[in-house]
Design a protein around this ligand. Structure first.
Ligand SMILES: Cc1cc2nc3c(=O)[nH]c(=O)nc-3n(C[C@H](O)[C@H](O)[C@H](O)COP(=O)(O)O)c2cc1C
Length: 307
C-alpha cells in the first residue's frame, strides 16, 4: 500500500507507453492557434526531426503558433507546444511549414508531481546517456512526449530492390491532410535512407498490437538491411501495385510513392502520396503515447489497453 503511494515520488513514470488503439486514434484532438485563428490538425501534423525537435504541418500558421492537445471526450487540456516557424517546403503544387518547438508544457499530472516526475525522468536520461549515442536533450524529450499525446501508430516500413531489402518499425509518420501528402521522418543514419531516396517507393504495414515483440526486434534493421525475406518470423504478401513484400497479418497495407525528401536536422523527411490502400482487418494497432498520458487516463478511469 505505502509502496504504491510512494512509487511516483521515488521512480519516474516511463517516458513511453505502448498501447492498443483502434485506428485512427480519436481520443486526443490537436489544434493550432495563431493570430485569433484555430484549425484542427489532428490529422495534419507530424514530427519531422528529433534534434532539433521540429513539427511539420500543411498549414501556414504564422510565426509563433501554439499547438494544443485536448482530451476529445472531456475537452480538457492535456498539453501545449509553443512553435516558431523555421522553413517552408514547396512540392507538388502544395506547401508545408516546419516549426521548431520552442517550449512545451503538459497538464497530465498535478503539482508537485509534474515537475518532480520531469526531474526524475531527466536525471535518468542524463545518467543513461552515452557520449557516442544520438540523444536529444532531456528538455526536448519532455517536449517530444507532449507531441505523443496524440497516440502515434506504429507501422513496419518495407523497402525492396534487387540489391537491398529491409523492414523496420516507424512511428514518426502520418498524413498531412490538407496537402494530401504522407510523411515519414527517418534518422539520417538509417541504412535504407539512400535506397529510399533513389527508388522512391515503400510499403507500410499497420501492425496489430499483439505483434509488439516482433516489431521491436526489427528495430535492428534501422542499422542493417534484411538479408532475405525468408528470415522473417511471419509471412509476407506482395503489396498491390509495387509488389513489395509487406506483412500478411497487417491491419492495413499502404503503398507510398515518395515525391520529395530532405534532411531536417537529425532526420530525413520523406513526403509521398498514397498510391494504394488495402484495409485487411479490423482491430487494435500498436501505438505509442507518453507515459504521463497513460497515468492521466488511469487516474481518470479510462486507461488505454497497455501491451
Ligand atoms: C516501434 C519503433 C518505432 C520507431 N520509429 C522510428 C521512426 O519513426 N523514425 C526513426 O528514425 N527511427 C524509429 N525507430 C528506431 C529507433 O529510433 C532506433 O533507431 C532503433 O530502435 C535503434 O536503436 P539504437 O540506435 O538505440 O540502437 C523506431 C523504433 C521502434 C522500436
Amino acid at each position: 500500500m505505502w509502496k504504491n503511494l510512494m512509487r511516483p515520488y521515488v521512480r519516474p513514470l516511463p517516458q513511453w507507453s505502448t498501447v492498443a488503439v483502434a485506428p485512427p486514434q480519436q481520443v486526443v484532438t490537436a489544434t493550432l492557434h495563431w493570430d485569433g485563428k484555430s484549425e484542427d490538425v489532428t490529422e495534419d501534423h507530424t514530427v519531422a526531426s528529433l534534434v532539433p525537435l521540429v513539427i511539420a504541418t500543411s498549414l501556414d500558421a504564422g510565426q509563433h503558433p501554439v499547438l494544443e492537445y485536448r482530451d476529445s471526450a472531456t475537452g480538457r487540456l492535456l498539453g501545449v507546444l509553443r512553435l516558431v516557424k523555421t522553413a517552408s517546403i514547396a512540392t507538388e503544387k502544395t506547401s508545408l511549414t516546419l516549426y521548431h518547438v520552442a517550449a512545451g508544457e503538459h497538464r497530465c499530472l498535478g503539482w508537485p508531481l509534474r515537475p518532480w516526475n520531469a526531474w526524475l525522468q531527466n536525471r535518468l536520461m542524463l545518467k543513461n546517456r552515452s557520449p557516442h549515442h544520438f540523444a536529444p536533450e532531456p528538455g526536448a524529450v519532455q517536449q517530444l512526449m507532449i507531441a505523443y499525446l496524440c497516440p502515434r501508430p506504429v507501422v513496419l516500413v518495407c523497402v525492396d530492390t534487387p540489391g537491398h531489402r529491409n523492414i523496420f518499425p516507424m512511428d514518426l509518420i502520418g498524413p498531412l491532410e490538407r496537402s494530401g501528402l504522407f510523411s515519414l521522418a527517418l534518422r539520417n543514419t538509417n541504412v535504407s535512407v539512400p535506397v529510399m531516396r533513389e527508388v522512391r517507393r515503400v510499403a507500410l504495414s499497420g501492425i496489430p498490437a499483439a505483434m509488439k515483440a516482433v516489431v521491436y526486434k526489427l528495430a535492428e534493421h534501422h542499422k542493417q538491411p534484411l538479408p532475405d525475406w525468408n528470415v522473417l518470423p511471419f509471412s509476407v504478401r506482395p503489396s498491390r501495385e509495387f509488389g513489395i513484400p509487406a506483412v500478411a497479418a497487417a491491419l492495413r497495407i499502404q503503398e507510398l510513392a515518395i515525391v520529395h525528401s530532405r534532411e531536417v536536422g537529425s532526420h530525413t523527411l520523406f513526403l509521398g502520396r498514397i498510391v494504394s490502400d488495402e484495409n485487411l482487418a479490423e482491430g487494435a494497432q500498436l501505438h505509442h503515447t507518453a507515459g504521463f498520458h497513460q497515468a492521466y487516463r488511469r487516474r481518470d478511469g479510462t486507461p488505454f489497453a497497455e501491451i
